[in-house]
Design a protein around this ligand. Structure first.
Ligand SMILES: Cc1cc2nc3c(=O)[nH]c(=O)nc-3n(C[C@H](O)[C@H](O)[C@H](O)COP(=O)(O)OP(=O)(O)OC[C@H]3O[C@@H](n4cnc5c(N)ncnc54)[C@H](O)[C@@H]3O)c2cc1C
Length: 401
C-alpha cells in the first residue's frame, strides 16, 4: 500500500508557492483556495503514487542552503523614464535587461486580467520592451502556475535565465532545479508578506462597482508624487480610458496590507526573512538611504534600491550591469537597520484574524467599513495627507530636516 503524503501539518507551514504541483510526476496536485482565499496544494489520492517528489522540493520542508550577504549596494537606474515604472531604484530592470540582451529569458510577476478583475501571475519575457510588465510591486500573491517547469527546461537547455519572485518562490525553484546552474540568476525581493488573489480581486471589483467603470490595470506604487503607496488606476468609463492617481492608504486593502493585517499565515513565520539569503541577488527598498550616505546622484524621490549580492555569481553579474546604474557600495548593517524584513518575519497583530473573519463573513465592502470603525485616526490622517499637496509636504520636511 502506498504511503499517504502529508505536505504540511499546519497552514503556516505552506507558502502556496506551487512548486509541489510542478514536481508531481502524475499531475496529482492542484492549488485550491480556502475560505479566506489563500491557496493550498491538494493531493488527489486516487492519482498520487506516494513518491514524495512534492515534499522533496517544498521550500518549507527542505530549506535550501542559505548564503550570507557578500556585498551590499545602493543603486538607481540611470534611465529616468524606466525608473519611474519600478517600485524603488529599478534594480530588477537593469539585471533583467542584461539577461535579455544575452538572448535570455526573464520570469517575474505581471498584473494580468482574470475573470472580471485583475491578478498577479508569473510570466516569461524575452524582449526588453515587454519588461515593463514585470516592473513595479504587485502587493498580492503571484500565481506561478507551471513556470518552474519552464525555467528548468530552459536551464537544462543552457539558456540564460533570470527568475524573480518572493523568497519562498525562489526557495521552491532552487529545490526543484536540484543543482546550481551557472546560466540561471535567482533574484528575490525583500518581502514582508502577501495577501491573496481573491481578496485583491474583490478590492478591484468593489472599486469597479463604486465608480461604475472597468479597471484595466492597477499600479501600487506610482511615482507621480514621489515614494509611497500612491496608486494608479487605469480604467474605462463611458467608453473613455482614464487614469486616476490615489492615496493607497485611503483604501482598506492597501492600509491593511501595510499594517500586515491580511497576509498569508506562513508570512508571519517566514524562514527566509533574515540576514542569510536564498537567492543570488536580494533586492528591496533602500529606506533610510539619506541617513547612511550622502550622494547627489541618488534621488530618494525617484527611488533607491538596495542590492545584496549573496555569492560570487551575483557579484560578477552586477559588475556587467554597472554602467546602467548610479551605484555606490554600502554595508549590510546600514541597509538592515532600516529594513525590518532582513531581521525577521512580520509580526502578527492580534487584529489580523478578526479582519480576515470579517472579510469571509461579509465580503470586501465590510473591510472598508471596518477601516473607518476600527482605525479612524489612520483614516483621518491619510485624508488630511491626501489634501495637502505633495510639494508642500516635501518643503516642510526639508525645512525641519
Ligand atoms: C508583496 C511584496 C512585499 C514587499 N515587501 C518589501 C519590504 O518589506 N521591504 C522592502 O525593502 N521591499 C519590499 N518589497 C520589494 C519592493 O517593493 C520592490 O519590489 C523592490 O525594491 C524591487 O524594486 P525595483 O525597483 O528593483 O524593481 P521593480 O521594477 O519594482 O521590480 C519588480 C520585481 O518584483 C517582482 N514582483 C513584483 N510583485 C511580485 C509578487 N507579487 N510576487 C513576486 N514577485 C513580485 C517582479 O517579478 C520583479 O522582479 C516587496 C515587494 C512585494 C511584491
Amino acid at each position: 500500500m502506498k504511503d499517504k503524503v502529508v505536505l504540511f501539518e499546519t497552514e503556516d507551514k505552506c507558502s502556496g508557492c506551487g512548486v509541489c504541483m510542478n514536481a508531481c510526476p502524475k499531475g496529482a496536485i492542484s492549488l485550491k483556495e480556502d475560505e479566506r482565499g489563500f491557496v493550498f496544494p491538494q493531493i488527489d489520492s486516487d492519482i498520487c503514487i506516494g513518491c514524495g517528489a512534492c515534499k522533496k522540493v517544498c521550500g518549507y520542508n527542505n530549506i535550501p542552503e542559505l548564503n550570507s550577504v557578500k556585498k551590499s549596494y545602493a543603486v538607481s537606474n540611470k534611465n529616468t523614464d524606466s525608473i519611474r515604472k519600478s517600485a524603488s531604484g529599478g534594480a530588477f530592470y537593469i539585471l533583467a535587461k542584461k539577461i535579455i540582451e544575452q538572448g535570455g529569458y526573464v520570469y517575474g510577476a505581471s498584473m494580468e486580467k482574470e475573470d472580471d478583475a485583475l491578478t498577479a501571475k508569473h510570466i516569461e519575457i524575452s524582449s526588453v520592451n515587454q519588461l515593463n510588465k514585470l516592473q513595479g510591486s504587485k502587493y498580492v500573491q503571484s500565481d506561478v502556475g507551471y513556470i518552474y517547469k519552464e525555467v528548468k527546461k530552459r536551464a537544462i537547455n543552457g539558456d540564460s535565465v533570470l527568475f524573480s519572485g518572493t523568497p519562498c518562490q525562489v526557495a521552491g525553484l532552487k529545490n526543484y532545479l536540484g543543482k546550481e546552474y551557472s546560466n540561471v540568476i535567482l533574484v528575490e525581493i525583500i518581502c514582508h508578506g502577501v495577501p491573496n488573489s481573491r481578496l485583491f480581486k474583490d478590492f478591484i471589483r468593489y472599486n469597479q462597482r463604486k465608480n461604475n467603470c472597468v479597471i484595466g490595470n492597477f499600479f501600487f506604487r506610482d511615482k507621480t508624487h514621489g515614494q509611497g503607496y500612491t496608486t494608479k488606476t487605469v480604467f474605462t468609463k463611458n467608453n473613455k480610458q482614464q487614469v486616476k492617481i490615489g492615496k493607497g492608504e485611503l483604501t482598506a486593502y492597501i492600509r491593511f496590507f501595510s499594517k500586515s493585517l491580511i497576509l498569508r499565515d506562513s508570512c508571519y513565520s517566514c524562514p527566509f526573512a533574515q540576514g542569510s539569503r536564498v537567492a543570488d541577488f536580494t533586492i528591496g527598498d533602500y529606506w533610510g538611504f539619506a541617513k547612511e550616505h550622502n550622494d547627489q546622484n541618488m534621488n530618494e524621490k525617484n527611488g533607491i534600491s538596495c542590492v545584496l549580492c549573496n555569492n560570487e555569481k551575483a557579484i560578477d553579474f552586477l559588475d556587467e550591469c554597472k554602467n546602467d546604474f548610479n551605484i555606490i557600495e554600502s554595508e549590510y548593517s546600514k541597509i538592515a537597520k532600516h529594513n525590518k524584513q532582513l531581521n525577521g518575519p512580520t509580526e502578527k497583530s492580534s487584529d489580523r484574524d478578526m479582519v480576515l473573519e470579517t472579510y469571509v463573513k461579509s465580503g470586501y465592502s465590510s473591510l472598508e467599513k471596518l477601516y473607518w470603525r476600527k482605525y479612524p485616526k489612520d483614516k483621518v490622517k491619510y485624508i488630511i495627507s491626501a489634501i495637502i499637496p505633495a510639494d508642500f509636504k516635501r518643503n516642510v520636511r526639508r525645512i525641519f530636516r
